[in-house]
Design a protein around this ligand. Sequence first.
Ligand SMILES: *Cc1c(COP(=O)(O)O)cnc(C)c1O
Length: 393
Amino acid sequence: MEHVGLSASEVRRRIAAELEDDVPWNRVLNSICTEPHPLAVEMAAAAARTNLGDVRIFRGTKRIEREVVRILLSFLGGPTGSGTLVSGGTEANLLSMAAARESARADGRLTDRPEVIVSSTVHFSFAKIFAILGLTPVVVPVDDSLRLPADEVLRQVTEHTVAVVATAGSSEFGVVDDVETIASRLAGLGPHLHVDAATGGFIIPFARELGRELPRFDFSVDGVDSITIDPHKYGLAPVPAGVILFREPEGAQRFAFDSFFKDTPTHHTLLGTRPGSAAVATYAVLEHLGRSGFLAVTRHNYEVTDHLVARLREAGHELFVEPQLNIVVVRMPHAARISERLEELGWIASTSTRFVETLRLVVARHVTTEMVDAFLPVLERARRDVAAEVAYP
Ligand SMILES: *Cc1c(COP(=O)(O)O)cnc(C)c1O
């Protein structure tokens, strides 16, 4: 910060120069987040002053948050549930685990060593959450299809289990757990069943409508207690926007802390002061696109995914897993070095080396078939360059 403030034009110039250095979307193949919808950006700016931590002032913004929750609950088959708009999937997952623990306490099931059953590919946000909340993870290895095996979950349930986490679209592989079978195995046993649909929440319902074979994962499945969905990923809202939803009308109130200010209501989120712009932007995109708009976005994403898969196969590549969502994982020796080389050549891809070396390519709204066609020759060049390096180190 300068002692004497800079002119607005100088500030704009400096910031524009830095933003200019960000990688343009047409070179980005690793990101589940995408260019937000222009109307959402406009409305977020209009609501930049709002703070959902003070609903005495921002009454209208609070109504919009409630509306976002209502729309998403009915979209995910739980119209009588509850929920909150939060900063993203991490906070949503954290609130689900906090609620699960409170629910076990209320039912007299909380022991001195509360455990949560997760799959070996569960999102890393849960590692943070378990560290913060002092919960013990019980990690179940995924099966050959990269899914959480329902029978093994059942075997791991003990008196300590407060929750089980299923994933509707793993961020690494885009694989959707068999939520129905997991829920049916857990019926009547007590643990809270949370579905992390941060990746798949805005894809699966529309993909099913388009005739893709994908399992149900939402509140239409008996036994699903809470769902994380991330508008700032496939929901086309600007960062930060995540939502935690509960089947129970009181679910969102289980995590409850009084503020010490007169007349300000109890807080149900980790953040105190929090952006109303996120609620407004999410509302704008949900209402403006509607089901038909999201269907069109989903159709686009699958057309590009199918094109990418076909072109990769033509070029002799082998996929590590048949893509269910818009994440394409390609077996590729030296993937990490190839990804570095791609970055030198201007393209951002990602890798996963959990099982074998793979290059991971994510299709979101900004990815087009033209972009895929421009990328593939660069990928072949990167592979040749790395093959030469390996042969003659
Ligand atoms: C992105 C993601 C998260 C974390 O959400 P953030 O919005 O990054 O905090 C959690 N789980 C899954 C499956 C995700 O894709």
